[in-house]
Design a binder for this molecule. Sequence first.
Ligand code: HEM
Length: 366
Amino acid sequence: MAGAMLGGSRTRLLRLISTASAAASTKPSSSALINNLLLLRGFGSTSTDCVEGRLNDATLFTLSIGKQHSSLLARRGSGVRGILTSASSSSNVEQLRGAREQVKEIINKYHCNPILVRLAWHDAGTYDKNVIEWPKCGGANGSIRFSPELNHAANAGLQNALRLLEPVKEKFPHVSFADLFQLASATAVELAGGPKIPMRYGRLDTSGPEDCAKEGKLPAAGPPNPAEHIRVVFYRMGFNDKEIVALSGAHTLGRSRPERSGWGVASTKYTKDGPGSPGGQSWTAQWLKFDNSYFKDIKEKRDKDLLVLPTDAMLFEDPSFKVYAEKYVESQDAFFEDYAKAHSKLSELGSKFQPSEGLFIDGDAT
Ligand code: HEM
């Protein structure tokens, strides 16, 4: 993203071109470049797109084509049809529990924890606390499934996460999309060894592309003044400095891919063999394990194979953020405790629940 806002097709196109021409070290494959260009034109992803886990082209085909409900993704950029457009009134407990079991199987099979966390964060992170009206306020309302929002530059690659969840939605149609995305994320964190996230369900779905968030609501990774930028964006969502640092710790999971975000390198010693589709640059060595190594690694910057975005680095440069970042280096327990609360709050940003008190599937949510 090279300092650009996570938004703007034009910006992304320029970035893709410059990424491609800078090829010496990063070398995005031509198919990935084509995929991104297709995505820019609203065709969603092609069967050769990078997919988390071990999905191959055939699996992808089975998942997304040849069903009555047709594709999960926009094929012509004008909006999605079929399974994705069916707004659920809300969820029910039995179906939520069933969905969670199926999500666990998918995660164990495809090692897709990181992209599921990112999907839920990007659905929720459009929230503006100053807008009262739902769903104009944005947030965890399932709107990311519609092509106007899915095609935002910041969401590059997330069509793969939707594909992974498609069979779950098909089997448990009474789980709303908004719930499914948040359920998958909380489950992904927990299965990776992270804290149990207190969750409630019953989120209502937005019903059409007209409810999509405007582009540019999510944070940029390399803005001129990272700390100021991050505060503007996260304060708009209602978070404080402690919560910002805790949530940033989610980068203990996953990788950045130049062909998606423009950040990171094509492959490192930690990512060249997967698991999942190989490549990208991770923040931590064990990027499928949720622990506090993110804070240790970005503080030390000891290994050029590990990624440190400008917005990661500033956590140890800004005096207020630094207090929490240092605390999380010292204590994984403190990180887990603060992360679980912040993640839970993130998962409910802008959500409208039915019933209004929400549904609880463990009986232990707060
Ligand atoms: C502080 C502001 C943030 C910025 C600037 C940022 C930026 C990025 C970027 C550039 C990527 C790489 C995407 C790609 O190339 O595929 C990424 C990935 C990721 N982000 Fe963030 N992010 C931020 C906050 C968060 C938060 C709050 C969460 C969750 C609570 C999160 C979770 C993730 C995860 C799990 C990945 C890995 C995805 C994968 O491996 O597919 N990020 N982020």
